[in-house]
Structures are given as C-alpha cells and as structure tokens.
Design a protein around this ligand. Structure first.
Ligand code: PRP
Length: 201
C-alpha cells in the first residue's frame, strides 16, 4: 500500500466499512480533503508556535481522530490531554447543556494550550470550555476545529485554526457519531433519514 492509499485517503466503502454504505446520504468532505486540510493546519500551527512546547487538549469523544492525525503533522514537542463533555444529550440537535464528564489530568498554568475540536455547532460547548480553561491561567489559549457549521453559532467565538465551514446539517464520520456509530469513517457525510427512524440513540 503506497502513501495516499491509507484509511485517511479512502472515499469508498468497499475498502472500508461496507456495512455503512446503505446509511450514507451524501459525502460532504472526502478523506483526501480532510487530510490535506489537516496538513495545512498543522503547518500553520508549527510555524506559529515555533520554539515552544504545546499542550493539545482534545474534546472527547469526537476529536480523537483529528487529534491523532493533526498531532502527527505538527513538528513541535507536544503534550496531550483530554476532556470529555456532553452537549448533545441523546438528540441530534444541540441542547445547550454542557457537562464535564472527564477533566484534564494535568495543570495548564503558563502553558501554550490548543483546544482541538471536531465540530463547532452552536458554539456553546467551546464557549464553556474556553471560559473554564482560561480560569486555569494558561499562557495562551487557542482553538483548532476541523469543522464549523454556518449560521447556527449562538455565541461569538474566535477560532484561530478552522478547517471547513459546513451547512447546518447533522453529519457523521471522522470522529462524529450517530448513536456511537460511524466515527471510524475517514470522510464526513450526512445520513439517510431512514437511519434516524430505525436506529434509536
Ligand atoms: C459534539 C462536538 C462538540 C460539540 C459541538 O460533541 O464534538 O464537542 O458537540 O456542539 P456545540 O457547538 O453545539 O456545543 P458531542 O456532544 O456530540 O459528543 P461526542 O464528541 O462524544 O460525540
């Protein structure tokens, strides 16, 4: 298998998860587009933080895939930490309720911190996280989000490293789930409406 033929570059199901093919409506962002964007974001981050050591904070669960891919393209000393929060509850629309399910393992005081998210929807999760993290007095605090939905953000947010703007539709793949499925698809897609009727969250 040559470089570029890997999971990250795959856009077909035949070599990936054939069982999911019937559930997919439309692929919005291909695996190739995601990987190219992540390399560009990582290059920018490497440039901006040159000479420093960065703490990446992944927001579980969705961000675990982008964390793995992004971090391997950042050419800097890195440390990793994770937070788990819940914002969607059991529905496919944002609820505005944010709960910390898992906090950081380490202090971030005086550290350069980059929060890594898969998607920003209403922005409420990120707003809560940034407020919470800033009270811990990091030296710097920025955000890298692979996707941001247009026209649905309820709060002003400064996302320094943003991958894609997408329409305000429910998407799965590349870390994002419906009922805990589809996270391992290497692309971002919408689901057929029948899926919501046949699979309960
Ligand atoms: C998603 C996503 C963000 C948040 C964005 O996580 O990963 O953390 O929702 O929504 P908001 O901008 O409207 O607040 P989710 O709660 O689905 O959890 P998961 O990552 O564990 O799937």
């Amino acid at each position: 298998m040559s470089e570029g033929d890997g999971v990250g570059a795959s856009t077909t199901f035949a070599d990936h998860v054939a069982e999911y093919e019937k559930d997919i409506d439309e692929v919005l962002i291909t695996g190739e587009e995601i990987q190219a964007k992540i390399r560009a974001l990582a290059d920018q981050i490497t440039e901006d933080y040159r000479g420093r050591e960065l703490v990446l904070i992944g927001v579980l669960k969705g961000a675990f895939i982008i964390m793995a891919d992004l971090s391997r393209h950042i050419r800097l000393p890195l440390q990793f930490d994770f937070m788990a929060v819940s914002s969607y509850g059991a529905a496919t629309k944002t609820s505005g309720v944010v709960r910390i399910l898992k906090d950081l393992d380490h202090e971030i005081e005086q550290r350069d911190v980059l929060v890594v998210e898969d998607i920003v929807d209403s922005g409420l999760t990120l707003q809560y996280l940034l407020k919470n993290l800033s009270t811990r007095k990091p030296a710097t605090l920025e955000v890298c989000a692979l996707m941001q939905k247009t026209d649905v953000q309820q709060v002003p947010l400064d996302i320094k490293y943003r991958g894609f703007e997408i329409p305000p539709v429910f998407v799965i793949g590349y870390g994002l789930d419906y009922a805990e499925r589809y996270r391992n698809l290497p692309f971002v897609a919408t689901l057929r409406p029948e899926v919501y009727q046949t699979i309960a969250e």
